[in-house]
Write a protein that binds this ligand. Sequence first.
Ligand SMILES: C[S@@+](CC[C@H](N)C(=O)[O-])C[C@H]1O[C@@H](n2cnc3c(N)ncnc32)[C@H](O)[C@@H]1O
Length: 245
Amino acid sequence: MCPECVPKQGGVQASVPVVSFSFRSWHFSLGRTPFKSRELAKHYDERSASWQKTIERFGFEGAYRHLICRVLSQQRYRLDRHSLRVLDAGIGTGAMTSAFHAELGRGFQLDGVDISEEMLRVASKHLQFKNIEKTLAIADITDLPYDDDCFDVVLVAHVVEHLAIPETGFDELYRVLKPGGLLICSMTRRSAFGAFVQLLWRTHQVGISRALGWLRGAGFRDVRALPMEKGSAARNCSIGYVGRK
Ligand SMILES: C[S@@+](CC[C@H](N)C(=O)[O-])C[C@H]1O[C@@H](n2cnc3c(N)ncnc32)[C@H](O)[C@@H]1O
């Protein structure tokens, strides 16, 4: 997709729903045009130096570890292969990869993509001491530069809600996963914190049934929603999701 374009849905420019309600025969809905990819990359470039601190302050890395630990401890999501190829889509500073590494307890081959060059630079430093064989590249999750069926695990945290049409992101993540591969995801939930994030970032706030519908619609099976760690700010902001191809 051209970085200057916001995709259309049914011939109308796609927008993020902000408020909608009905009163008698009236139906009100207010939406907001999401950032174009280039604008969003610029915003993240500007925040890249302090992003890891923000994540730590709000307890996200711990919450990601807790989520991944809960997923991997369940028989139906167990990862049997020893050598894994993992994609972190919208890797940011690498917090989700770092949490996955800590919970898996062994190395793996990583591809990390992001639209922000500066975020990738920080991720490269953040992950440099880990036994991870990594390749980082600029790419959009709606148009990934990978063949079908090539990853054992896809991690995607707080990225899909940036998309004008989130379904396009899940379709693409499904395409690159191997059959039987695991998707571990986190998205902004409906909450006061979620509304604040939406105001700043023009993101979707996603209810659980809508999120599970997106995953199932893309083809994922065994989909589940998992609350984030108790007590952390991340819990007020996000919900974790898991599914298998
Ligand atoms: C909220 S940050 C989350 C970063 C990381 N996943 C984490 O949880 O710490 C969102 C990241 O997704 C990236 N991003 C946003 N839209 C994207 C897209 N369409 N394709 C790839 N990356 C994207 C941003 O540049 C940013 O680094």
